[in-house]
Design a protein around this ligand. Sequence first.
Ligand code: FPP
Length: 251
Amino acid sequence: MSQSTSNLKDKLPPDCQVPAHIAIIMDGNGRWAQQHGLSRLEGHFEGRKATHRVVEACAELGVQALSLYAFSAENWARPGDEVSGLMTLIEQSLREELDDLIGGDIRFIASGRHEELPESLQRTLSEAEARTVDNDGMVLNLLINYGGRAEIVDAVRALAGRVQSGELAPEDIDEAALGAHLYAPELPDPDLLLRPGGEMRVSNFLLWEIAYAEIVVMPVLWPDFTGDHLVEAIEEYNERQRRFGRVPDAE
Ligand code: FPP
């Protein structure tokens, strides 16, 4: 465990509740690069270091699931060298971090339309999933070639297939049935949706799953994000009153 995250738990107030599932839109690499006179890809390289810090910090704080938006279905529209650079960076990072994930008892899963990714990345994702399948610490869910609408479309297609085969009646389709066909049905819905970089958008991220998530937007760009920012976000989350559509509890 690195120095910077070694006493994060002590920084949280004693009665502070750590969200079971945190979902992060890792935003701001491009602006960070521009501010430092670097290429966008160099911004993503720096973003990778923040990703490492935050995975470590979440595991230390006892977060049960961490979902990270690494590449959206819309990101293919970026310049070709940025897209191929990101694919290489994600694959290389995963290869380099795999032993640490195994050692840290972290289970890795990947969500998205992976059949459209480069084959070597597909193999790396499958290998990381297979080699961490028995880990029972935090689940790290990496979203690659992911779109929230596409995920819902894929779930609906799967349900339609089951109806067509006579396995399922249309009236049996409810929220639980649809939820069971999402990419990572075993995960609880995110409690906290965290967006560094200051933009007030959800950007097609986990549209179904964030129905009742608390949203925390922070101005800090992703490459500058540290464990202390995570603590700050968790503190803000603790100030929220989660009502799930109900009225506030009586005093
Ligand atoms: C958004 O910032 C970021 C991405 C599209 C890529 C996220 C990738 C990483 C953080 C690299 C590391 C990933 C792993 C899995 C190790 P942006 O480029 O949209 O920034 P901008 O809004 O400032 O332009």
